[in-house]
Ligand binder design. Structure first.
Ligand code: ASP
Length: 376
């Protein structure tokens, strides 16, 4: 069980850790804005990633093979921003990945709108595009915003025009698979509209039956994130997504928002997220995780402490389950300046990918389960 804020104050008083000057130790890290439940949710021994040192790339679990590519690039002397953008491009280019780029699930009107951002540690610059249509690699467009303009964020029509000027090619991003998923969602949206529901539709003889997976596509999230650390200690972070499926046109999630869907401080570390973007935005999620690390928490602690706070801030009834916990998932990932890394999620299921040259497999990456806040 998690602890409410009264309990939290009691915890700070009882342990005598509420004062200043505690930053730097794991215990102090727990005390800073911590709760007993958060302490209980943290592993008693340091998580494996917290002990890691040296260059590496970490990513959301779907960033395969991208995370290995990012590691290979930073080890070959590439800029970390190029490495993280190259990592997410694999997902953006994959028509079968329905959460990112080409083939991403569309908005409620059946149009694919993409969000992405990238942040470069050495210059502390960021670039971002949001609600961009017809360009399958929004992260690369965001990198152009970072490098070629004095802006941070360009949205919608302006983002498309900017991308075309930068030489990107316009294309239809709605694959047949995603179009069918949208038609399926649309048909079952409202029993009283003029779209026939599943059980009312006349199936052509020999027609394809709708799979359980397609039926389950009510609202889905999905995103790819990658952070990387070079041997020289430079860092970058990138997040790319098609966002929440069936969203209201123009809805922007956390992924293109600096400090929400990703953040990088070259002196401290990087963080990124996948899952319910609205919750990352209102909690300034990735920035908060990096701040936690700056106060002395390990990456695993920083992620868990942040998610605990996110849970405290989830007040709306429709977002809570019968036990009062968030009824959605968020996975967060953190990479510290020295190479320590970690990941956490609210409910079991999240995972992250790590490439540091030690994986004993042909893919050169490891998939690690995010530590869940609740064991469900
Ligand atoms: N965070 C993304 C968004 O809200 C979606 C996701 O990660 O599933 O747009």
């Amino acid at each position: 069980m998690r602890m409410n804020s009264l309990h939290r104050r009691e915890f700070l008083t009882l342990t005598g850790l509420a004062g200043a000057g505690m930053a730097g130790s794991g215990l102090a890290a727990l005390a800073l804005g911590s709760t007993k439940a958060r302490a209980a949710s943290l592993p008693s021994a340091p998580a494996e990633g917290d002990a890691h040192r040296g260059p590496c790339a970490i990513a959301s679990g779907n960033c395969d093979p991208g995370v290995a590519k990012a590691y290979e690039m930073v080890m070959s002397g590439f800029d970390p921003a190029d490495a993280v953008v190259a990592a997410v491009k694999f997902n953006e280019d994959d028509p079968n990945d329905q959460s990112v780029g080409l083939g991403g699930l569309p908005n409620e009107e059946g149009i694919v709108e993409l969000d992405a951002s990238v942040m470069h540690g050495p210059t502390h610059k960021a670039g971002s595009v949001a609600s961009i249509r017809n360009i399958k690699n929004p992260a690369a467009v965001a990198l152009e915003v970072l490098r070629k303009t004095d802006h941070v964020m360009i949205v919608g029509e302006g983002a498309l025009k900017f991308a075309l000027r930068m030489g990107f090619k316009e294309e239809n991003l709605l694959t047949e698979k995603s179009r069918q998923a949208w038609v399926q969602w649309r048909a079952n949206l409202n029993k009283d509209d003029k779209w026939l529901d599943d059980d009312q539709q006349i199936q052509p003889v020999g027609g394809k039956k709708v799979s359980a997976i397609e039926k389950s596509l009510m609202f889905t999230w999905g995103t790819v994130h990658c952070s990387a650390l070079t041997p020289a200690g430079d860092m970058a972070a990138c997040t790319s997504t098609s966002g929440l499926s069936w969203k209201i046109p123009g809805r922007i999630g956390d992924s293109p928002i600096v400090g929400a869907g990703m953040y990088c401080d070259n002196n401290v570390g990087c963080a990124g997220a996948t899952g319910r973007g609205e919750s990352m935005i209102v909690n300034c999620g990735s920035y908060a995780i990096v701040q936690n690390m700056e106060r002395g928490m390990t990456p695993s602690e920083a992620c868990a402490a942040f998610l605990n706070k996110l849970c405290d801030h989830t007040k709306e009834k429709h977002l809570r389950d019968a036990k009062g916990r968030p009824n959605f998932n968020v996975s967060v990932y953190a990479l510290r300046k020295d190479g320590a890394y970690g990941g956490a999620c609210i409910h079991p299921g999240g995972s992250y990918a790590v490439a540091d040259g030690t994986a004993a497999n042909a893919k050169n990456l490891r998939i690690v389960a995010c530590t869940p806040l609740f064991n469900d």
